[in-house]
Design a protein around this ligand. Structure first.
Ligand code: TXA
Ligand code: MG
Length: 325
């Protein structure tokens, strides 16, 4: 396994590895991705093996530019180009009817494909050097917290990946917003880096946020993005009553109370700052081998929608994932 800082040479090496059918982990502005040549079935297959991910979970195809939409999707509504114009490169994934290029393996046998042009300069440089679609889920083991730094990828995948490009911390820190354009009205399948009101400004209406999508859309499994330590979502009042023992970890936006006995992490009080630090903070707490984590609830406003979604998933018992077919 090689971990390389982002340089023109490293980008060229990574593009060559993709062409040979190898896996490359690379930074995006949302989280790190585990990439493979989307046209190479063996390469795509090895993503599932490295992640320990069931084969019927669809992958996002990352593209160097919106011009390629028509290659990977069989129908590209005008709206898709308008959204691409407004938000790409950036943290928006569009679900469209797939073309024959998008294989069953990439799409998890669905008749749609997820497409995104990421905003991170290293991701764009890699995609341009490679020149076509790169299938890439988040670079973590299945069901675990997404990596927002190269060292997280190393901790998750180790020798399962040949090359990791280190582009520093992902600027956004939560996964992309997934917008389904394959049906009638646009619907949000996963809240993320692009806010609803920003989408509404282009759509002309506020998209519905789908609560219970098909179980196979893995980001919609309840216990995705979960730490190993049992974690509960609690109100500020509940947290105050807990008192805390040395075996307890807390994520809060408030300062640590004077008498607190456990491990207290204070996260930024604004939604962007919180999102940026959330996964690394969860990972740090998880690594301490504590008995219980308490995640303090965040505001119920739109700005916090994606963070709320991830906190909910992180605090669902890990058992549920195994129960989903
Ligand atoms: O920000 C992101 O989207 C990151 C970076 C690396 O781009 N990628 C990411 O990939 O989060 P992944 O595989 O961890 O999550 C992608 C989500 C999954 O929940 C998957 O089920 C859903 O996208 N998805 C992909 N294709 C889909 C499709 N055709 N229909 C419905 N959901 C789809
Ligand atoms: Mg993921």
């Amino acid at each position: 396994m090689k971990l390389l800082p982002v340089t023109p040479e490293a980008i060229a090496e990574a593009a060559a590895a993709l062409r040979r059918g190898e896996l490359v982990a690379f930074p995006t502005e949302t989280v790190y991705g585990l990439g493979a040549d989307a046209r190479n079935p063996d390469a795509v297959q090895s993503i599932f093996a490295a992640k320990g991910r069931p084969a019927n979970h669809p992958l996002i195809v990352h593209l160097p530019d919106a011009v390629r939409l028509g290659d990977w999707a069989s129908e590209v509504p005008e709206l898709a180009y308008q959204l691409a114009e407004a938000f790409w490169p950036g943290p928006l994934t569009l679900i469209l009817k797939r073309s024959s290029l998008a294989s069953d393996l990439v799409t998890g046998d669905q008749d749609t494909v997820g497409l995104r042009v990421p905003g991170h300069p290293a991701a764009l440089a890699l995609l341009r050097a490679f020149g076509d679609g790169v299938a890439a889920p988040s670079a973590n083991r299945f069901g675990r917290i997404s990596p927002t730094r190269a060292e997280h990828v190393l901790a998750e995948l180790g020798e399962r990946v040949g090359l990791i490009l280190d582009g520093g911390a992902s600027q956004i820190g939560l996964e992309s917003t997934i917008l389904d354009l394959s049906g009638g009205k646009a619907r949000v399948l996963r809240p993320g880096g692009i806010r609803l009101e920003a989408l509404a400004a282009v759509l002309g209406y506020r998209p519905e946020v789908v609560k219970k999508a098909e179980a196979r859309a893995s980001g919609t499994l309840k216990s995705h993005y979960a730490p190993c330590t049992p974690a509960r979502l609690v109100s500020a009042a509940e947290l105050d009553e807990l008192g805390g023992s040395s075996r307890v970890g807390v994520l809060s936006r408030r300062e640590e109370p004077a008498a607190f006995a456990g491990v207290w992490k204070t996260l930024p009080s604004d939604a962007e700052g919180y999102a940026y630090t959330l996964y690394a903070a969860l990972r740090d707490l998880d690594a301490l081998g504590l008995g219980q984590l308490y995640l303090e609830a965040v505001p119920t406003t739109d700005a916090w929608l994606a963070v709320r979604d991830r906190l909910r998933r992180a605090t669902t018992p890990a058992l549920e994932e195994a129960q989903v077919p």
